[in-house]
Design a protein around this ligand. Structure first.
Ligand code: SF4
Length: 232
């Protein structure tokens, strides 16, 4: 059956819009498009751009149908610290950016308390599309989407991966141990350190656990040789 040309144009515009958001998230501007000198930094950005384009055309699981935007991830592509959450929520889906809702504001506060800016770290999720009504990701959705995150991690090559919440930790470590028993410990993920912490949305509901999270963040700062100027 022939595709309705109006729907086709709308879909094309949506893909173009998502691609532009992604370029901006990756910090690629028009000046960089005009430069042709090969360098390591640029090739990494361009590999991330092609990965992002793959994500923006992905239909590997049914979640693409209900999303407003794919949420690829954003931040410093040379970051030594990469945060990995579970999946986009309502505001992330609307903006096409990770961790911009209430939980995101708390994460930004934590990042600043660690002595970083959001731009100094990289933030992504296991799933690039929002599950309906923020329900838990299904195993088949995780399996479909995980290869994107794995490639993102390889390209960014952080020293530390800080997983936010149960799903990210269990998925990357390959365990079903609870987050309460995973946090506070250092795991290994493909020659990198993986440190699980509570999800910021859990901390909003359970502020009594902020102290443990701050201890985990202090541990991350110590490993990175980062001096903490302020108490969390
Ligand atoms: S959640 Fe991941 S695998 Fe599923 S459609 Fe979105 S990008 Fe593709």
């Amino acid at each position: 059956m022939a595709m309705n040309p109006v729907i086709n144009r709308a879909e094309t515009l949506k893909v173009l819009r998502n691609t532009l958001i992604g370029y901006l998230n990756l910090g690629i501007n028009e000046v960089e498009f005009e430069k042709h000198k090969p360098n390591k930094h640029k090739s990494k950005k361009h590999l991330l751009t092609s990965l992002m384009n793959e994500v923006f055309n992905c239909r590997k699981c049914p979640l693409y149908k209900g999303k407003k935007n794919y949420v690829f991830g954003e931040g410093d592509t040379d970051a030594s610290l990469m945060f990995v959450g579970e999946a986009p929520g309502y505001y992330e889906d609307v903006d096409g950016k990770p961790f911009v809702g209430k939980a995101g504001k708390l994460l930004t506060k934590i990042i600043k308390a660690m002595g970083f800016e959001r731009d100094n770290v990289y933030i992504s999720n296991i799933l690039k599309c929002r599950p309906p009504n923020n329900r838990d990701p299904l195993q088949e959705e995780i399996e479909s989407c995980l290869p994107y995150l794995k490639r993102q991690i390889e390209l960014i090559n952080p020293e530390i991966i800080c997983t936010l919440g149960r799903f990210a930790a269990q998925t990357l470590i390959g365990t079903d141990v609870t987050i309460s028993n995973l946090r506070g410990r250092i795991f290994s993920y493909k020659r990198r350190k993986l440190i699980p912490v509570f999800h910021p949305s859990f901390l909003l509901r359970n502020p009594q656990h902020k102290k443990e999270t701050w201890e985990d963040m202090q541990m991350i700062c110590r490993i990175l040789g980062k001096e903490i100027e302020k108490n969390g």
